[in-house]
Design a protein around this ligand. Structure first.
Ligand code: ADP
Ligand code: MG
Length: 281
């Protein structure tokens, strides 16, 4: 079993009126079965409302399955006794960095997680240093988080999660509120955690270009897994991606059009460099 596994996961949001009668049911996750290996970099794509955040919240035991099962490092998330173990094993980073940073000083903020875990003081400081270095924010350790850019704040949030020594980090659209530079910084930091520390990454995004580095991609639609494969498998299916309302990168579209018009180019081109090479430039 991988570090994260879901079997036939179904989640329904139930809306009730004031008397408690059921007014409506939204099936946000519909029969999802995934198995993610330790050390994998997995991307989850999907348009708004496709069920990505609902799925993510199950990995951190914020939500529990309506049907089916979720395991994190072999622990069933429905097992209340394991709640804190699960939250320590699978850290979560959300879209808005301002809602995740609580400390007045960067290093203090990063120390909160391990402090809550009861880690001894000396080790907390070691973890703070190591985590801030891992995301390239060590030189800002004495700064006030309010003065940082969005990308820097998000990297501090990530450091706060790594300081808990998780095996896995789930990032729910961590770059959605950032400018292009901030987005690059965050993705670079996430890749380094995966490459260097072998932390399992689940990156939820609707930016297709952010999935290039993933080992495996799942595309969600209406609560179901509509596609799965390597980034190249996914990018090869341009028409399908469009039908799932995803924005296919310009370079992939261009390569796809050139191929349709008869040029011999491999399908699933991911970068400008690959296209140039494919065209013999
Ligand atoms: P995504 O993250 O892909 O945008 P979500 O998981 O947030 O998708 O939403 C999936 C579906 O569940 C949508 O139809 C959304 O409207 C619905 N939904 C999400 N959160 C709630 C909630 N708290 N109460 C009721 N319905 C919700
Ligand atoms: Mg979402």
């Amino acid at each position: 079993m991988g570090i994260i596994k879901t079997k036939d996961l179904v989640f329904e949001y139930i809306r009730r009126d004031e008397e408690g009668n059921v007014e409506g049911i939204t099936k946000a996750v519909d029969e999802v079965s995934l198995d993610i290996k330790q050390g994998d970099f997995v991307a989850i794509l999907g348009h708004n409302g496709s069920g990505k955040s609902t799925l993510a919240k199950h990995i951190n035991a914020i939500l529990y399955p309506t049907e089916g099962t979720v395991w994190v490092d072999g622990m069933d998330t429905a097992d209340d006794d394991k709640l804190w173990d699960i939250r320590q094993k699978a850290g979560m980073v959300f879209q808005n960095p301002d809602n995740q940073i609580i400390g007045q000083i960067v290093e203090e903020d990063v120390g909160f997680g391990p402090e809550n875990l009861g880690v001894p003081t000396k080790e907390i400081w070691e973890r703070v240093e190591e985590s801030l270095r891992a995301v390239g924010m060590y030189e800002f350790r004495k700064h006030s988080p309010n003065k940082l850019s969005g990308g820097q704040k998000q990297r501090v949030s990530i450091a706060g999660v790594i300081a808990m020594h998780p095996k896995c980090i789930v990032l729910d659209e961590p770059t959605a509120m950032l400018d292009p530079n901030g987005r690059k910084e965050v993705i670079r930091a996430v890749r380094a955690l995966n490459d260097v520390e072998n932390i399992t990454i689940v990156l939820i995004t609707h930016y297709m270009e952010e999935i290039i580095y993933a080992d495996k991609v799942f595309v969600m639609d209406e609560g179901k897994v509509a596609m799965e494969g390597t980034p190249r498998d996914i990018f090869s299916q341009v028409e399908k991606l469009k039908s799932l309302r995803l924005d296919v990168p310009q370079v992939t579209l261009l390569a796809h059009e050139l191929r349709k018009s008869g040029l011999e180019i491999v399908d699933g081109i991911l970068t400008k460099e690959e296209l140039a090479q494919a065209l013999g430039l």
